[in-house]
Ligand binder design. Structure first.
Ligand code: SF4
Length: 482
């Protein structure tokens, strides 16, 4: 059947993304590279010539799911000559040659540092009888084309964008696979980040989220490189705080967010930059992971519960009306009742606005996966999890109810997924709000004020007050090299 877009000869692609925002952003880059190479987005798998599975190894059974999906795709591939399958992302980086061994019908296996090679590898694979596996162990920083954010991009949204400021991680949290699959921390040059945000703003983006595994150590490697090159004057800068100020000053950028900071590297300069830069939103995602010092030490987190709470108090003193969200793992190997009680105490004291809570499950390749002698009974972990959720939801509800009656600025995301008669939007504190739009509706990317009429644990309800700013983007941001 001919395509309605009239581009019948064009090869078409689908990118399926698993996992975190880093992967979603890498997927945007892969899509951008494929589009630069002449492919266009397919409407469905049936329509596609290339399927990219951008994998994650954080979720439990991720590998079984991947090989299951690849099994289904064998039939898909056989249905039309020229079809190609790409496996990219963290699981590809971890499993390497195993992917080709277990699924010989895959065409390309590429790691997290090979995103920039997507189009070339696909072309190579068309003349190869074997899967092409290319995994780099580290990003090559001398060539900035290899930094994921310097690649063409096909962004999923037109009014907000993720901007990578750093790749990799220098920490060694016992539960985390990131250092093994994403390599050492590398900061993207300051000017490149600022230039990309300026280009985005010129194209109509008004909200950016700066992305990194440990954003507060942004610039540390740049400082060390400057010292090695004998430039003493550059010894202490740039800091993440400098980046927040510079990005927040760009014309057209109304909101700056970032994720994630590491509590051990949280600096007062960052809080000051947040408070003094009006575009930086009053939201801090501040991963606690555990409230017991013993468990924090076993996780190699590098802070104590007291230190965490002290810095949180400093953040709240400095940044008015700050919303704080967190990540907490329950049932880490060796967690006792006393350890869990300490987590409950910190969660209650911190009064989080929300939390991503997880029951520990071992990720192959991490230190914690080998702690099998200290496994917490699953029934005990589930019961602890339920108790923790009660504490989190209590503070989330209280904090949302405290907003009732306030007039807040929101950024409209579009119709609510559950009720198309209302729109969903985000406050500066990243709270989700649902409200009825005015006659004529509100386009995604609009800024409006609403009065909060009800606070529930996971969202707010509001009443439209007025439109503050219409979106500036046209339809989609053009594919552009950084
Ligand atoms: S800080 Fe810890 S949890 Fe975060 S990416 Fe690095 S190793 Fe993983």
């Amino acid at each position: 059947m001919p395509h309605s877009d009239g581009l019948d000869d064009a090869r078409r692609y689908v990118v399926r993304t698993y996992g975190c925002q880093m992967n979603e952003h890498d997927s945007e880059r892969i899509a951008g590279l494929l589009e630069s190479d002449g492919l266009i987005a397919a409407e469905s798998d049936d329509d596609a010539d290339v399927i990219v599975l951008n994998t994650c190894c954080i979720r439990e059974n991720a590998d079984n799911k991947l090989y299951g999906n690849l099994g289904h795709l064998k039939t898909w591939k056989a249905q039309r000559p020229g079809r190609q399958i790409v496996v990219s992302g963290c699981l590809a980086q971890k499993d390497r040659d195993q992917v080709a061994d277990r699924a010989g019908h895959v065409d390309v296996v590429m790691g997290t540092h090979n995103v920039h090679r997507a189009a070339e590898l696909l072309a190579q694979a068309r003349t190869s009888t074997r899967p092409i596996t290319e995994i780099l162990d580290a990003a090559v920083i001398d060539d900035h084309a290899m930094f994921p954010s310097a690649l063409p991009v096909r962004r999923e949204s037109s009014y907000n964008a993720w901007v990578t400021i750093q790749i990799g991680c220098d920490n060694n949290c016992a539960f985390c696979i990131v250092p093994a699959v994403r390599g050492a921390e590398i900061s993207r040059p300051f000017e490149q980040v600022v230039d990309e945000v300026a280009e985005l703003a010129a194209a109509g983006v008004s909200e950016v989220t700066l992305l990194g595994q440990n954003v507060n150590s942004y610039g540390r490697d740049l400082q060390l490189a400057a010292r090695r090159a004998g430039d003493g004057t550059a010894a202490l800068r740039p800091l993440f705080a400098d980046l927040l100020r510079a990005v927040g000053a760009i014309d057209g950028i109304r909101r700056v967010r970032y994720t994630s900071p590491h509590p051990k590297d949280m600096r007062t300069e960052t809080f000051a930059a947040m408070a003094e830069t009006s575009a930086v939103c009053e939201h801090l995602h501040y991963p606690l992971q555990a409230g017991s010092d013993r468990v924090l030490a076993a996780m190699h987190r590098g802070y104590t519960a007291d230190r965490y709470l002290e810095r949180l108090a400093a953040a709240r003193r400095t940044v008015a009306d700050l919303a704080v969200t967190t990540d907490i793992i329950v049932g880490f190997p060796g967690e006792t009742d006393d350890d869990f009680a300490a987590t409950m105490d910190v969660a209650a004291a911190a009064e989080f606005d929300d939390a991503y809570t997880f029951i520990f499950s071992p990720r192959p390749g991490t230190e914690a996966a080998d702690m099998t002698d200290r496994t917490v009974d699953p029934a005990v972990a589930s019961e602890r999890f339920a108790r923790l959720r009660t504490v989190i939801e209590r503070s989330a509800l209280q904090r949302n109810q405290a907003r009732e009656g306030r007039v807040e600025e929101v950024l409209v995301e579009g119709p609510s997924k559950r009720n198309p008669d209302v729109v969903s939007a985000r406050t500066r504190q990243h709270r989700l709000v649902h409200f009825a739009p005015p006659p004529g509706g509100l386009r995604a990317g609009s800024y409006a004020t609403i009065e909060v009429t009800r606070g529930a644990p996971h969202f707010l309800e509001g009443r439209f007050v007025e439109l503050v700013a219409a979106p500036r983007h046209r339809t989609r941001i053009p594919v552009a090299a950084g």
